[in-house]
Design a protein around this ligand. Sequence first.
Ligand code: TYM
Length: 338
Amino acid sequence: MSDKKTILSCIQPTGDIHLGNYLGAIKNWVELQKDYRCFYGVVDYHAITMPYNPEKLRANTWNMAFQLLACGIKIENLFVQSLIPEHAELCWMLGCLSSYGEITRMTQFKDKTAQLKSSSKSSLISGGLFYYPVLQAADILIYHPDYVPVGKDQDQHLELTRNIAERFNHQFGKEYFKTPQTLMTKNAKVLSMADPTKKMSKSLGEKHYINIFGDEARVRKQVRSAVTDSGISDSEQMSPGIKNLFDIIAALGSMEDHQRLMSDYTTGSLKYSELKEVVADVLCSLVNEKRTALEGILADKKNIKYQIQQSSAVIRTQAQQTLKEVKSIMGLLHTKTK
Ligand code: TYM
C-alpha cells in the first residue's frame, strides 16, 4: 500500500457547483490529488434529509459527479455514497457513541430546523436531519483520512467527527480511528454577491450564487449588481463585499491585476466598475472553461456512469474492511466471526 497521506471530502448533489463550493473546496480537491490518496464523494444520502423529489435527486447526483470530473477530479477517486451502504451502517454505530446534546448543538441542524419551522413545515424535521452530522462523521472516518478539505461552514461537523473518533478510541481502548485535520483554503467563506453579510449558498436563492457551469451573460449581470458597500460601519475597514471581490481575483485572476486594484483602493482612486469588470472577466473565463469540459463528459455519459459505478465498487472495498474491523472491536458479528 502507498505511504501517501489520505484525503477525504464530499459534496451534496444540490444541482450545479457554485463558486463557494469551487473556491472553498473543489479547486483544492483537484490540486491535492497530485500528492495524496484521495476519496471524493457525492453524498446523496445526505440530500434526502430535507424534502426532495426522487427523479430530480438521481439526476442531480449524476450531474454533480459529471461536474466534479469536469473540474478535474479523477474518476478513480470519485464515489457515490448510496453505492457504499457501509456509510449508513457505520453511522448507526457512531450514533450510539454520540450524545443527543452534542448533535442538537450543530448549527446546520438548528438553521435547517428553523427554515422548516418558519415555512410551517415542522412535521418535515426528520430524524435524518438530526442524524446528518453523524453520517458525515461516518463518511469521513470510514476511510481513515489524515485531512478533510472543506469550507468554513463545515468546521463544527469536523469537530464533532474528531470527538466521536476520540470517544470510540477511548471507549474501546484502541487507537483505531485517526482524528482528521481540517484543511481550509484562503477562500473558506465565499460571500453572496447580492448580500455579502451571508455566505454564498444555493438555499438563499438564485441571485445569491454564481453557477460555475452557468451562462456568461448572467455571470456578468450578477457581478455588475454585486453589493459593495453594505455591512460595515467603520469606513477604515474594507467592506465584506469588496473584500469578497478582491478574494475572487486573488484566487482566479492575475496577481498584477490584484496589486494594481489594491493600490488604487489604498489611494482612494479605485473605481468599483473597474474592479467588477476584472472579476466578471475572470469568472467568465472560468465558466467557459468548465462548460467546455462538461460538454466533453456529457458526450460520453453512458460510459462515464459505468466508470463511476466501478470506482465506487473499488472504494467500497475499503469501507467494507473498516466495517469488518469496527464490528470486531465493538463486539458485533461479521461473516467471518468465529
Ligand atoms: P456542501 O455540499 O454544502 O458543500 C460542499 C463543499 O463546499 C464548501 N462550501 C463553501 N466554501 C466556501 N464558501 C462558501 N460559500 C461555501 N459553500 C459551500 C463546503 O464547506 C464543503 O466543503 N455536509 C457537507 C457535505 C458532506 C461532507 C462529508 C463534507 C457530507 N459528508 C464528509 C466533508 C466530509 C455539505 O453539506 O457540504
